[in-house]
Design a protein around this ligand. Sequence first.
Ligand SMILES: *[C@@H]1O[C@H](CO)[C@@H](O)[C@H](O)[C@H]1NC(C)=O
Ligand SMILES: *[C@@H]1O[C@H](CO)[C@@H](O)[C@H](O)[C@H]1NC(C)=O
Ligand SMILES: *[C@@H]1O[C@H](CO)[C@@H](O)[C@H](O)[C@H]1NC(C)=O
Ligand SMILES: *[C@@H]1O[C@H](CO)[C@@H](O)[C@H](O)[C@H]1NC(C)=O
Ligand SMILES: *[C@@H]1O[C@H](CO)[C@@H](O)[C@H](O)[C@H]1NC(C)=O
Ligand SMILES: *[C@@H]1O[C@H](CO)[C@@H](O)[C@H](O)[C@H]1NC(C)=O
Ligand SMILES: *[C@@H]1O[C@H](CO)[C@@H](O)[C@H](O)[C@H]1NC(C)=O
Ligand SMILES: *[C@@H]1O[C@H](CO)[C@@H](O)[C@H](O)[C@H]1NC(C)=O
Ligand SMILES: *[C@@H]1O[C@H](CO)[C@@H](O)[C@H](O)[C@H]1NC(C)=O
Ligand SMILES: *[C@@H]1O[C@H](CO)[C@@H](O)[C@H](O)[C@H]1NC(C)=O
Ligand SMILES: *[C@@H]1O[C@H](CO)[C@@H](O)[C@H](O)[C@H]1NC(C)=O
Ligand SMILES: *[C@@H]1O[C@H](CO)[C@@H](O)[C@H](O)[C@H]1NC(C)=O
Length: 657
Amino acid sequence: MLLSVALLALPSLTLASPTIHKRLANGLALTPPMGWNSYNHYNCAPNQSIIHSNAEALVTLGLADLGYTYVTTDCGWTIPHRTAENKLTWNETLFPAGFPALGQYIHALGLGFGVYSDGGIQMCMTGGVNQTGSLGHENIDAETFVSWGADLLKYDNCWSSAEKGFPNVDYEPLTSPHQNYVNMRNALDATGKNLLFQICDWGVDFPSAWAPELGNTWRVTNDIIPNWRTIFRIVNQVVPQTDYAGPGRWLDLDMLEVGNNIFTHAEEQTHFALWSILKSPLTIGCALNDTLTSVSASSLAIMKNENVIGFNQDALGVSANLTRRYSDEGYDVWSGPLSGNRTVAAIVNWNNHSIDATFDLPNVGLQSAGWVKDAWTNETRKNVMTSYKASIEAHGTLLLELGDTVPVGVYHFDGYVRSGDITIENVYGLTTSNAYEMTIHFSSPAPTPCDLKVNNRRASHQVDAGQSSIIVPVALLAGNNNTLTVSIANPISFITITPPVGEFYPNTAFAISGPGNASHITCVPGLCAPLGVKIGDLSPNNSASLIIPATANVVGSRYVELTYINNDVAISTSWGEGRNARNITISVNNQTTRLEVPLSGRSSELYSSMKGWGDSAVLGVLVHGWKEGDNEVVIGNVGGEKGVQSLGADFVGLKVF
Ligand SMILES: *[C@@H]1O[C@H](CO)[C@@H](O)[C@H](O)[C@H]1NC(C)=O
Ligand SMILES: *[C@@H]1O[C@H](CO)[C@@H](O)[C@H](O)[C@H]1NC(C)=O
Ligand SMILES: *[C@@H]1O[C@H](CO)[C@@H](O)[C@H](O)[C@H]1NC(C)=O
Ligand SMILES: *[C@@H]1O[C@H](CO)[C@@H](O)[C@H](O)[C@H]1NC(C)=O
Ligand SMILES: *[C@@H]1O[C@H](CO)[C@@H](O)[C@H](O)[C@H]1NC(C)=O
Ligand SMILES: *[C@@H]1O[C@H](CO)[C@@H](O)[C@H](O)[C@H]1NC(C)=O
Ligand SMILES: *[C@@H]1O[C@H](CO)[C@@H](O)[C@H](O)[C@H]1NC(C)=O
Ligand SMILES: *[C@@H]1O[C@H](CO)[C@@H](O)[C@H](O)[C@H]1NC(C)=O
Ligand SMILES: *[C@@H]1O[C@H](CO)[C@@H](O)[C@H](O)[C@H]1NC(C)=O
Ligand SMILES: *[C@@H]1O[C@H](CO)[C@@H](O)[C@H](O)[C@H]1NC(C)=O
Ligand SMILES: *[C@@H]1O[C@H](CO)[C@@H](O)[C@H](O)[C@H]1NC(C)=O
Ligand SMILES: *[C@@H]1O[C@H](CO)[C@@H](O)[C@H](O)[C@H]1NC(C)=O
């Protein structure tokens, strides 16, 4: 059923992509590929009975019907040396029937046969065992795989760095792994068979920039690890590159740990939800069924949730992204568009305790929704205006599908035309400001002059005869607790409310102080947009301050968009505490708000002119402590000594709304 939805929508797929990127147009993976792989559970020790029983389980458990159709045998399947004909071959102890028979077995179940190799002199392997890789043998290996009936090739990156004498793993090779993937791409093309090609270079040399034209999927991060902290690290790396995803080309967040008894139920839901909405391949990595173990009912239910699979396989093929991060409160809002004018939103609770969350629809660009469905419980609420309240378990995710939506700031009075008093409750304010613009659209021009009253400022406005709309300023507090009453004799069809445009304060206006190394850094021309200058090396003892003179005269919380740079890629630190994030604090009159920003880099961390440290990004946050008169604004990394990285993100500028 999911498949036919995808196929029906094919003609419009190319329209969905926000940016045009070169891509491999081999007609495969028009939605993210789904399947099973041996690595996360069995490491580099697969064998025939493991593959058989898990492939069978995909069918008997109903997973194949939901789209999990590729079965891939990962590292450990081959032997140290090539055959006399210079070919790769299987380990006969582990795979007594051989790989062609393995392929036939998988095909007989109606599934796709995935094989694994590596663009180095050896494949990734454990236990001191060496197994020959495909470097320099791309053509014969591609032909061999095709002769065995393979449908998919996962291509790894161990032992690939010639200049350094082929170490097992090299995260900083002198030349990019790119060429190894070009060579295998060409070898696959030469076979004449169309294989799904999965690039796995762990994100080395920012593959989103070059992999889409070579493979159908590419890994964007180092390996997932069996620890909850891995989820935050991986998604923080994905944030700046979500727009590279699209039909035929998907960012691979690595195989699933759902079912491996590592995560709590709530954590497994968060993991699966984020992988789904970020349009990662969904590759099951647990033991579904073997002689020792079988998947739990609760993990299986997560992987079989058709709502969530539907977000992943949606015909629009646009990835969600991070829309708001509440670091002090410990939760994120992610969202993206779905086909049929629907929106998916995920509110992720990073806290170690449950929270009562208020999800403000404006955080994902919406004012209201005709219906909102909880993807886990299937509870559906009708006519949700402005906010949705729910409790979210520790490390859990509220995952919502929203339909019949209305854009933020638009209040319709459809069906019937109202006049007289209209009260709108829970009007959302992005920021605290007196400078919102409310436009009142009349259903017919005012027949005679009349008076309009808006109560929250008790202001009265004259509407002239013949006027079909009127713009009036209104004052709102940040948050969803504003009430507006509009009194007018002329009938109203709809109202729009727009926040102020904001004022940008560049880092160059800020004075640096403190004993650390923070300084203004001039960037390579064109980088550190929009200024070409940033403040770098903000230590916990440094700060950069600016007095914003009295202008807005607002008391309380104001929305601020921070332009920042962070390319502190957690690749060698990915097994430990690496987070792909840095903190930055904004203190207003000594009241501090922290934002832990994800990566912003969209260019090679190894070879680009600033190694990704010139690529800026913007994230919004509500900053507290504003008062009337002058305001002291200090950028720093307060408390940074307690973090895993004491240096703050680089600072480019601040837009205050
Ligand atoms: C295959 O792996 C399973 C699970 O690790 C193990 O129980 C079994 O003995 C292995 N079979 C062979 C032939 O190695
Ligand atoms: C798991 O494997 C056992 C032994 O082969 C088999 O009897 C059982 O039906 C399998 N279960 C599933 C769900 O495939
Ligand atoms: C095949 O795998 C077994 C089990 O891991 C191992 O003991 C044996 O050495 C391997 N055979 C070859 C030829 O590598
Ligand atoms: C495996 O390869 C490494 C690196 O080339 C080498 O140091 C090691 O001796 C090899 N091990 C075996 C068992 O051949
Ligand atoms: C919710 O609906 C989806 C899609 O039909 C289904 O997969 C899931 O099991 C349902 N969950 C509950 C709790 O009913
Ligand atoms: C995130 O998605 C929103 C809505 O689709 C879009 O406006 C925004 O540009 C995206 N941001 C990035 C960094 O892709
Ligand atoms: C989506 O919204 C647009 C603009 O309102 C409308 O033209 C279109 O028909 C809608 N599509 C669906 C599938 O509802
Ligand atoms: C959650 O608990 C872990 C382990 O005790 C701790 O390292 C982490 O800082 C806690 N996270 C939060 C957000 O409190
Ligand atoms: C919401 O506004 C009302 C009226 O101004 C006030 O009494 C109430 O305390 C406010 N609630 C919150 C949560 O701010
Ligand atoms: C400043 O930089 C030097 C040289 O890299 C380093 O040793 C020192 O710890 C830095 N100081 C601070 C406060 O970060
Ligand atoms: C912030 O705190 C410092 C140290 O306590 C104080 O000197 C300064 O005046 C305060 N600034 C504001 C704007 O309150
Ligand atoms: C950001 O700050 C929090 C709270 O102090 C800390 O737990 C976290 O490790 C910090 N992040 C980094 C990247 O240092």
